[in-house]
Design a protein around this ligand. Structure first.
Ligand SMILES: NC(=O)c1ccc[n+]([C@@H]2O[C@H](COP(=O)([O-])OP(=O)(O)OC[C@H]3O[C@@H](n4cnc5c(N)ncnc54)[C@H](O)[C@@H]3O)[C@@H](O)[C@H]2O)c1
Length: 264
């Protein structure tokens, strides 16, 4: 079992939501954090709050879509703390819409999802994660660090109407732990660096709380536990996946019993 005490977590998208909650959860258990986000005000607020909690923290602006920003982030973690033990890429966005919308009267297509709307989600949720884990894993290997790459997938990975961009990005994320585990196995690295993904259902962060009350109530009708998942419940799962070294290459759903798959 790995110890959280003194372990170093690199967290992108740490300026709010799951990333923020995880950073606080981790330092409260003795871990150290390198936090990154694109919104400076949020990043410095979270940094101050972590210091108040008595946590050791380094923060840096990082746009995960930029190769150089990810490289700087990974190098900064090593320069500051000498190791990277957990990588949690939480930077992510949604831009929901239908592939094609039709006019109610004519039945003809009156709107299409733009290339920009599709691509911007893939750029952050998939390419960004690829760059973050590539740069961090390089530093982990070269510094002799031991730990976990824990990706954020989603129940949307199974296909949610209105989210062709988001669902595609999360389906791709779900396959990455298998690929990395197989590749690292061949290089005798899997005993040192494992890779998994967590796939949450509806979590109480701004991504979900921003929805109008009616849409939110409709969602909650489908959740057997009858409420949103708390970000700390995701954090608790990630900590267990980190500690338990028998776990590798798998996707772990955490959704309060949500019925999975699109019902149209
Ligand atoms: N909230 C949910 O219900 C839910 C469910 C399943 C999966 N997830 C996933 O969990 C992750 C975190 O989601 P959240 O709910 O905490 O969202 P959130 O919106 O609260 O936080 C996302 C953070 O990412 C940052 N970000 C956006 N673009 C960035 C970029 N280019 N570079 C760096 N940072 C950037 C934002 O500034 C924000 O601080 C996402 O990958 C999301 O898809 C969320």
């Amino acid at each position: 079992m790995l110890e959280i005490k003194d372990a170093v977590a690199v967290i992108t998208g740490a300026g709010s939501g799951i990333g923020e909650a995880f950073a606080k959860y981790w330092v409260q258990r003795g871990g150290r954090v390198v936090i990154a986000d694109v919104i400076p005000e949020n990043l410095s607020r979270v940094e101050k709050e972590i210091v108040k909690l008595g946590g050791e923290v380094q923060s840096t602006l990082c746009d995960v879509t930029k190769e150089e920003d990810n490289r700087r982030l990974a190098v900064l973690a090593i320069e500051t703390f000498g190791a990277i033990n957990l990588v949690l890429p939480c930077a992510g966005i949604i831009k929901d819409g239908l592939l094609l919308s039709t006019d109610r009267e004519t039945g003809k297509v009156n709107q299409k999802m733009s290339l920009g709307q599709f691509q911007s989600v893939l750029d952050i949720n998939l390419i960004g994660v690829f760059l973050t884990i590539r740069e961090c894993a390089e530093q982990m290997i070269n510094s002799g660090s031991k730990g976990l790459l824990c990706l954020m997938s989603s129940t949307g990975s199974l296909g949610t109407a209105g989210q062709i961009n988001y669902s595609s990005s999360k389906a791709a994320i779900s396959v990455i732990p298998k690929v990395i585990t197989a590749e690292f196995f061949r290089r005798n690295l899997t005993g040192r660096i494992r890779c998994v993904a967590v796939a949450p259902g509806y979590v109480a962060t701004s991504m979900v709380k921003g929805m109008d009350g009616k849409a939110l109530n409709k969602i909650l009708d489908d959740v057997p536990i009858g409420r949103l998942i708390e970000p700390e419940e995701i954090a608790s799962l990630v900590c267990e996946l980190f500690r338990n070294e028998a776990i590798a290459g798998e996707v772990f759903f955490i959704h309060g019993g949500l019925r999975l798959g699109s019902r149209g």
